[in-house]
Design a binder for this molecule. Structure first.
Ligand SMILES: *[C@@H]1O[C@H](CO)[C@@H](O)[C@H](O)[C@H]1NC(C)=O
Ligand SMILES: *[C@@H]1O[C@H](CO)[C@@H](O)[C@H](O)[C@H]1NC(C)=O
Ligand SMILES: *[C@@H]1O[C@H](CO)[C@@H](O)[C@H](O)[C@H]1NC(C)=O
Ligand SMILES: *[C@@H]1O[C@H](CO)[C@@H](O)[C@H](O)[C@H]1NC(C)=O
Ligand SMILES: *[C@@H]1O[C@H](CO)[C@@H](O)[C@H](O)[C@H]1NC(C)=O
Ligand SMILES: *[C@@H]1O[C@H](CO)[C@@H](O)[C@H](O)[C@H]1NC(C)=O
Ligand SMILES: *[C@@H]1O[C@H](CO)[C@@H](O)[C@H](O)[C@H]1NC(C)=O
Length: 367
């Protein structure tokens, strides 16, 4: 329909065609007429209806197959069913002749003739690429009637992520934009999901993931998926690290008798992980000094007294520090009989309370 310019070689080129002595003599033989017909076909839209489907036996010839869908890199076979009344055959790509009869017109080595029989005229395009997509025409001449049949080659490309943001480390409250660009045919649908912790639905339903004022809960792995119907999705992961200043859970005071072991603990949530310092009043404690040990593991700190003495009792402060700030909490080391404020309920008291509960429950079941 829309193709109207036939891609004929200039007159000087004709002679270079192999196996066509008629051209070399400059004589417009039957081939000339045939090619003129092809040109006419293009200028004057074909009056014959375009036929599709091999099973339709009532339809006239030629019959090209249904549209051909191929993956990029695969081979596409273009078949055209013909009958004995057909005198000339050709396959065209848009308006240029690929093959006319057994003669190859295309310079592209990927185009080869497969079948040139009384019933079928087929070519193959090897290693199909996206620019091969489009209309191909099987053109025949029967008893001086030119006829055509069209087939569309549709090229599919699996989804592929071609550009994705790197993993990043940002401070809490920052604005974050991640990008995920994908190619494919049909155009892939790109989405973002937050993997840890898993949230239902999508974090974003396009190439851009935009987070305004990021919170620490929004930290973690994000997955970009590019999906089309051609093959399995292409999936890539990006990590967002959200840095924040330490915050601490309340410390628990500990009771220990003189001569015993006593351990004070504190915990801080922070990214990057906090470093710890312990103070007694204004005095900073050092590891290994005065029979104490300080041990830090995974955001937790432990202050151990190997041999508690009377002077050890008191108010201790655990300070957690990272590059974004600091936080502190206070815990008491107390001896037997010490009076506690209710905010720092001693561990000993809690366990005796449990003992009471257990005795009470035991008692209940007995009767
Ligand atoms: C073949 O492909 C063309 C172009 O994509 C489309 O317009 C036409 O409807 C298709 N025909 C069939 C039979 O699928
Ligand atoms: C078909 O024509 C298009 C446009 O001119 C071209 O890019 C492509 O390579 C051709 N394919 C074949 C198989 O001839
Ligand atoms: C990826 O996309 C970004 C933003 O559009 C651009 O700056 C960058 O050069 C791209 N990288 C590659 C490898 O194409
Ligand atoms: C983050 O984005 C919001 C809204 O777009 C804007 O008001 C704010 O200034 C941005 N913050 C930073 C740190 O760029
Ligand atoms: C604990 O300290 C006291 C007083 O300094 C000492 O007499 C005792 O032997 C120590 N006990 C242990 C197990 O080190
Ligand atoms: C321990 O000291 C801190 C300040 O250093 C204070 O806020 C806290 O109330 C004290 N705790 C007790 C039980 O005295
Ligand atoms: C504990 O934090 C408070 C402010 O939250 C601060 O005034 C105090 O000096 C800190 N204590 C230590 C020992 O760093």
């Amino acid at each position: 329909m829309g193709m109207c310019v036939m891609d004929f070689p200039r007159r000087g080129d004709w002679g270079s065609r192999p196996g066509s002595p008629g051209w070399r003599m400059g004589c417009p033989g039957s081939r000339w007429l045939w090619l003129c017909t092809l040109r006419l076909l293009c200028i004057v839209p074909a009056g014959e209806p375009v036929q599709r489907g091999d099973r339709d036996t009532n339809a006239g010839f030629p019959k090209a197959m249904d549209n051909v869908t191929v993956r990029q890199g695969d081979n596409a076979v273009l078949r055209c069913a013909i009958d004995s009344g057909v005198t000339r055959v050709a396959w065209l790509n848009r308006s240029s002749i690929l093959y006319a009869g057994k003669d190859k017109w295309a310079t592209d080595p990927r185009v080869v003739l497969l079948t040139n029989s009384k019933t079928e005229y087929s070519i193959e395009i090897q290693g199909v690429d996206v620019y091969d997509e489009g209309a191909y025409t099987c053109s025949v001449q029967t008893h001086n009637h030119p006829k055509t049949s069209q087939v569309h080659v549709i090229v599919q490309v699996p989804p592929q992520i071609v550009n994705i943001s790197n993993s990043i480390s940002v401070n809490e409250g920052s604005n974050v934009t991640l990008l995920c660009l994908a190619i494919g045919r049909p155009e892939p649908v790109v989405t973002w999901r937050h993997l840890s912790p898993p949230v239902r639905g999508f974090a974003s339903e396009d190439e851009y993931l935009e987070i305004t004022g990021i919170s620490k809960e929004q930290a973690g792995d994000y997955e970009c998926q590019a999906v089309n119907e051609v093959s399995s999705p292409d999936v890539r992961k990006v990590q967002i690290i959200v840095n924040y200043a330490p915050y601490m859970s309340d410390g628990r005071s500990v009771g220990a008798a003189v001569g015993q072991k006593g351990i004070l603990r504190c915990e801080a949530f922070a990214v990057p992980l906090a470093e710890f310092e312990w103070y007694k009043e204004e005095q900073r404690l050092s590891n290994g000094l005065n029979g104490v040990q300080i041990k830090n593991i995974d955001g937790k700190s432990m202050l151990t007294f190997f041999n508690v003495s009377e002077e050890d009792y008191g108010n201790y402060t655990c300070v957690a520090i990272n590059k974004l700030g600091f936080s502190n909490t206070s815990v008491l080391l107390f001896g037997p009989g010490a009076v506690q404020d209710h905010n720092n309920a001693p561990a000993g008291m809690t366990s005796s309370l449990w003992l009471l509960v257990i005795i009470f429950v035991h008692f209940l079941f007995k009767f």
